[in-house]
Design a protein around this ligand. Structure first.
Ligand code: GDP
Length: 595
C-alpha cells in the first residue's frame, strides 16, 4: 500500500454512495485496504457492499485525499418545464368558446337541462342526431359554439379543480322553482365562488304550478348571490327543461357572460387541456374524452396525461364522427393511450412518443420521491413558517357549523384576524357535517376545514388524512379564534393528550440497597414500556406519579412487557409500593388536529 498522507493534498470526487471496490478504485488502493481501514473506524463491510459518502470521505481523508461529493445529475429538464402553465403571448390569443358546467341540488333538473340543451342541437339537424355520452358536448347559438361539461354536479367540478385543472368558465346553477334553494344549492354556490367563475342561475321547472321564481331569487340573496332584480349582476333565466322553454334564453345569456369574460386562447400551438372522462373500451382499449384548453390537438400527436403517455391514433366528436383537429374549448374522444387516465388529469402534447415516455418516467420518479417526504398541504402548525417564507398570503378556510347563525358570526370574526401579512378568507361557510366535498374543496383551494359544533363524516375524515387536509373541530368560539390567531403569529402550542399504554398490578415488593423498593408486578392489560410515565394507584386513588426508571423480566433489562407477564418495576421518586397497588403506564401524544 503506497497511498500515504502527503504534503500535496489530492482531490477526489466521490458519489453519494459507492461500493467498497469502487472506493478502492477511486483512491488507488486495493479493496482489502479499504475494508481494513473501514474496520478501524468500526465499519464492517464486504467488497460489494455500498457505503455512503460520509463514510467514504473518512477513508479518503485517511489516505491523504481531499474528498468532494459529486453533485447528483440534474433532473431532466423537459418534465420540469412541461409542468408549468403555458403562457401565451397576448398577440397570439383568439376568442374561444366558453366551457360551462351545470351545478345544483339533486333532482332540480341538471341532467334534464343538459339533455334539453343538447336537443336544440339535434333539432338543428346536425350529424344525424345520434349523440353519445362522452362527458362533454358542444352546441351552437348564433353560430357561436358553447361547450357543456356533461357530468353534472359539483363533485366532479371540484375534483377537477383539486387536480389543478380548472376547466370551467361559467357555472349554471340550477334551482327548481318549486323547491327553492336547498343544501346542495348552497354547496354549489360555495364551490363556484371558490373557483371564482361567474354564475348564471337557471330557475327550472317553471312549468310547475307551484313554481315560485321570486322566492328562489329572494333565497339566493341570503347566500350572497344577487340577481338583477335584487340589484346584483347575476342573471337568472326561467326555464323548463321538461318543456324545453327558456333554453334559448339561457344559451343567449351564456354567450353574453362569455363575451364579458373575453375568453381567449392561442389555437396555433401544441395543445394542452384536461381529461373529462376516461374508460377502458373492450374493443378500442383506453378511450378518453379530452377538453382542449389551449392550442390545437391533432391526430397523430404524442400526448402525456399525468403518468400516462400515448399517441392520438384517432379522434371522435360526440356524435361518433371522426375528425382530425380539435381547437380551444373543444371536446374530443381519443384513442391510443397506454392506460386509462383519471378524470381531471391534465394533458399536454410533446414532440414525439419517446419524449412522452421520458416525461412519464420522470414524473413517476418524482412522485415516488415526493411520497417519501410529507405532502405540503397547509396546516396550522406550519402556517407561520410558510407565511414568514412569503409562500402564503392567504389562509383559506372552509367552515362547517351546526347552525347558520354561528357560521356567519365565526366567518366575520375570522376575517377580522387578517394581518398585514396574511388574509384570513372563509371561502365557504355552511351548516352540516364536514363531508367529502368539503375536503375536496379544501384540497383544491389549499385550505383548512373548521368544524364548529358539528361532526366529520367518517369518509371525509379518511379522505382528509389521505390528502393531508387539516380538519379542526371546536365547540367554543373563542378557542377557535385564539388558535387561528396564534397560528398566524407562529405561537400555536401543540395540544397533548394522554395515552394509556397498560396496567400492572403489584404482587410483591422487593428491597434493593441501591434502588430502594422494587415492585414485582403482573401486567394485566396493554403493553408497559420503560420510556413511559407511571401513575401509582391505590384503591383507585392516585398516590404518586413518576417515570419508569427500570423494567426487568427475570434478570434482564427490557424495553417493554406485554399483558400476561411478570416483571420488576422501578419508578423515579417513589418506592413505597404495597401489594395490590396498580401501576398505570402512559405517555403524552400530540393530539391529532383532525376531529
Ligand atoms: P338532477 O338530479 O338535477 O340531474 O335532476 P334530473 O334532471 O334527473 O331531474 C329530476 C326530476 O325532475 C326528473 O323526474 C325530471 O323529469 C324532473 N324535471 C326536470 N326538469 C323539469 C322541468 O322543467 N319540469 C318538470 N315538471 N320536471 C322536471
Amino acid at each position: 500500500m503506497t497511498a500515504q498522507p502527503s504534503s500535496k493534498v489530492r482531490q477526489v470526487e466521490l458519489p453519494p454512495a459507492l461500493t467498497v471496490k469502487e472506493l478502492g478504485d477511486s483512491l488507488n488502493v486495493s479493496p482489502v485496504e479499504v475494508i481494513k481501514r473501514l474496520m478501524t473506524h468500526g465499519v464492517m463491510a464486504s467488497i460489494n457492499q455500498t457505503v455512503d459518502y460520509d463514510t467514504a470521505a473518512i477513508i479518503a481523508v485517511d489516505l491523504g485525499f481531499d474528498p468532494l461529493e459529486t453533485k447528483p445529475e440534474p433532473v431532466a429538464a423537459p418534465a420540469a418545464a412541461v409542468d408549468e402553465e403555458i403562457e401565451d403571448d397576448p398577440a397570439t390569443l383568439k376568442p374561444r368558446p366558453p366551457v360551462v358546467t351545470i351545478l345544483g341540488h339533486v333532482d332540480h333538473g341538471k341532467t334534464s337541462l343538459l339533455d334539453a340543451i343538447r336537443r336544440t342541437k339535434v333539432a338543428a339537424g346536425e350529424a344525424g342526431g345520434i349523440t353519445q355520452h362522452i362527458g362533454a358536448y358542444q352546441v351552437e347559438r348564433d353560430g357561436k359554439p358553447i361547450t357543456f361539461i356533461d357530468t353534472p354536479g359539483h363533485a366532479a367540478f371540484t375534483a377537477m379543480r383539486a387536480r389543478g385543472a380548472q376547466a370551467t368558465d361559467i357555472a349554471v346553477l340550477v334551482v327548481a322553482a318549486d323547491d327553492g334553494v336547498m343544501p346542495q344549492t348552497i354547496e354549489a354556490i360555495g364551490h363556484a365562488q371558490a373557483a371564482g367563475v361567474p354564475m348564471i342561475v337557471a330557475i327550472n321547472k317553471m312549468d310547475r304550478a307551484e313554481a315560485n321564481p321570486d322566492r328562489v331569487k329572494q333565497q339566493l340573496t341570503e347566500h350572497n348571490v344577487l340577481v338583477e332584480d335584487y340589484g346584483g349582476d347575476v342573471i337568472a333565466v326561467p326555464v323548463s327543461a321538461a318543456k324545453g322553454t327558456g333554453i334559448d334564453d339561457l344559451l343567449e345569456t351564456i354567450n353574453l357572460v362569455a363575451e364579458v369574460g373575453e375568453l381567449k386562447a392561442n389555437p396555433d400551438r401544441a395543445a394542452n387541456g384536461v381529461v373529462i372522462e376516461a374508460e377502458l373500451d373492450p374493443g378500442r382499449g383506453p378511450v378518453a374524452t379530452l377538453l382542449v384548453k389551449g392550442g390545437t390537438l391533432h391526430q397523430g400527436d404524442a400526448i402525456v396525461l399525468g403518468e400516462i403517455s400515448g399517441k392520438v391514433k384517432a379522434m371522435f366528436d360526440d356524435t361518433g364522427k371522426r375528425f382530425r383537429d380539435a381547437g380551444p374549448s373543444a371536446p374530443a374522444v381519443i384513442m391510443g393511450l397506454e392506460a386509462v387516465p383519471e378524470a381531471g388529469e391534465r394533458f399536454l402534447i410533446v414532440g414525439d412518443e419517446k419524449q412522452a415516455r421520458a416525461i412519464v418516467d420522470e414524473r413517476r420518479r418524482r412522485r415516488e420521491a415526493a411520497e417519501q417526504t410529507d405532502h405540503a398541504h397547509v396546516n396550522l402548525d406550519t402556517l407561520f413558517n410558510e407565511i414568514s417564507a412569503g409562500k402564503l398570503k392567504e389562509l383559506i378556510i372552509i367552515l362547517k357549523a351546526d347552525v347558520r347563525g354561528s357560521s356567519e358570526a365565526i366567518k366575520a370574526s375570522l376575517e377580522r384576524l387578517s394581518t398585514a401579512e396574511v388574509k384570513v378568507k372563509t371561502i365557504y361557510a355552511a351548516t352540516g357535517n364536514v363531508n367529502d366535498n368539503d375536503v375536496m374543496l379544501a384540497e383544491a383551494s389549499n385550505g383548512i376545514i373548521i368544524a364548529f359544533n358539528t361532526k366529520v363524516d367518517p369518509s371525509a375524515k379518511k379522505r382528509s388524512e389521505a390528502v393531508g387536509v387539516e380538519i379542526r373541530s371546536y365547540n367554543i368560539i373563542y378557542q377557535l379564534l385564539e388558535d387561528i390567531e396564534k397560528a398566524l403569529v407562529g405561537m400555536l402550542e401543540p395540544v397533548f393528550h394522554t395515552v394509556v399504554d397498560g396496567h400492572a398490578e403489584v404482587r410483591a415488593v422487593f428491597k434493593s440497597s441501591r434502588l430502594g423498593g422494587i415492585a414485582g408486578c403482573y401486567v394485566t392489560d396493554g403493553t408497559i414500556k420503560r420510556s413511559s410515565s407511571v401513575k401509582v394507584l391505590r384503591r383507585g386513588e392516585e398516590l404518586a406519579i413518576g417515570r419508569c426508571e427500570g423494567l426487568k423480566r427475570l434478570k434482564d433489562d427490557v424495553r417493554e412487557v406485554q399483558a400476561g407477564y411478570e416483571c420488576g418495576v422501578v419508578i423515579s421518586g417513589f418506592d413505597k409500593f404495597q401489594e395490590g397497588d396498580v401501576l398505570e403506564f402512559f405517555h403524552q401524544e400530540q393530539a391529532a388536529r383532525t376531529a
